[in-house]
Write a protein that binds this ligand. Structure first.
Ligand code: PLP
Length: 386
């Protein structure tokens, strides 16, 4: 029997999402077509938009469906830079611990990217935000970190952006359905979401964005989704996403304390072995537990856990199957060794106490064996992050 503790990479499909998609796949028609079949598809799409807007507390007109969190991040970072280039605010700031979907999009801007430093818990502070250069048009700080689970002070971030006349974006891919998340209350200008992190299908996400947000169009085509994201909208995937989001938000009040209890059990059990430290500080998602295991390489720990029937990951990029030092851990100033010795356990709607107990039963032996293992050599190749 396998124990799946990698929900932050992708969470199993929820029944609600499966049912919504099965019904939608019965439909024929392109939601942009004007005939009866098209209108039925459009009506289902607009129902999904309303349901998702409700789950994230936004107006339906603010929901732009995308192919996932990566595309939502790209639309906002590239759209912000292109808009800013024409309006005297060409630079885009982002925290040093962003997912590659934001981090690499900002790096691709070259000199137009501004890095916001974080503390040893991976949290952005007021000082970094107070010093935003005057030519920054947009800034991006993720809501929940995908590696450590650290929750960023979104209120303070938005407040600092307002004072500086900067538009605020947050990657909330690991937040929705895991912590309370309201687009309206946050006063953000834009927010990125992904379906498969909360039990929806892979291949769909959303950019929730104010209707007057200053973004240039960087995806050209048929002009769907307020012209911000051209391409035929996958109605069935949107319906599955909306159903999963609604279910996970409805369950949050019950799930959050349940996950918090399981996470505490994990923290206690994992750190009972010497030389194991929990990262992310005091305010983390209840669904993510990230630990540094001194004297190991994360790849060895993951392989040994895999052999023991436990699925987990580092959450950081891997190249040709070997994990690279975590950029997030490096940005937190914990050093190169910690950056290659950290693993992430993430919980979701199917996680049980038995999953946690199986991990804790295997843990002392896995750590001892990983500490005795020889170092592995990274190969050049494809880079991936989850
Ligand atoms: C914080 C964060 N942002 C963006 C993404 C990318 O989302 P998607 O897989 O939907 O493109 C992920 C998942 O890998 C993530 O954890």
């Amino acid at each position: 029997m396998r124990h799946y503790l990698d929900h932050a990479a992708s969470s199993p499909l929820r029944d609600e999402a499966r049912e919504a998609m099965l019904a939608a796949w019965e439909l024929t028609g392109n939601p942009s077509s004007l005939h009866g079949s098209g209108r039925r598809a459009r009506s289902l799409l607009e129902d999904a938009r309303e349901q998702l807007a409700d789950a994230v507390d936004a107006h339906p007109g603010e929901v732009v469906f995308t192919s996932g969190g990566t595309e939502a991040d790209h639309l906002v970072i590239s759209g912000a830079a292109a808009w800013g280039a024409e309006h005297g605010r060409p630079r885009v700031a982002a925290s040093a611990v962003e997912h590659p979907a934001v981090a690499h999009a900002v790096q691709a801007l070259g000199g137009a990217g501004v890095r916001l430093p974080v503390d040893s818990d991976g949290v952005v502070h007021g000082e970094g935000l107070a010093q935003l250069p005057p030519d920054v048009g947009w800034a991006s700080v993720m809501w929940v970190n995908n590696e450590t689970g650290a929750i960023q002070p979104i209120d303070g971030f938005v407040e600092a952006c307002r004072r500086a006349g900067v538009r605020a974006h947050s990657d909330a891919v690991q937040a929705l359905g895991h912590v309370r998340c309201s687009f309206t209350a946050s006063r953000l200008d834009a927010l990125s979401l992904s379906a498969h992190k909360l039990g929806g299908p892979v291949g769909v996400g959303a950019l929730v964005v104010r209707r007057n947000a200053p973004l240039a169009v960087v995806s050209h085509g048929g002009g769907q989704e307020r012209r911000l994201r051209s391409g035929t909208v996958p109605v069935a995937l949107a319906a599955g996403f909306a159903a999963a989001a609604a279910a996970s938000v409805a369950e949050l009040a019950a799930q959050a304390p349940r996950w918090a209890g399981l996470r505490q059990r994990l923290v206690d059990g994992l750190t009972a072995v010497g030389g194991v430290r929990v990262n992310g500080g005091a305010h983390t998602s209840p669904a993510i537990c990230h630990v540094t295991v001194d004297g190991t390489r994360a790849d060895d720990v993951l392989l040994l856990l895999d052999a023991a029937g436990i699925d987990c990951s580092t959450g950081s990029a891997c190249t040709a199957g070997v994990h690279q030092p975590s950029e997030v851990v490096l940005a937190m100033g914990l050093g190169e060794e910690a950056a290659t010795a950290s693993v992430r356990f993430s919980l979701g709607h199917t996680t049980t106490a038995a999953d946690v107990d199986a991990l804790l039963a295997a843990w002392p032996d896995v750590v001892a064996r990983a500490r005795g293992a020889r170092p592995t050599q990274p190969d050049p190749g494809e880079t991936r992050a989850t």
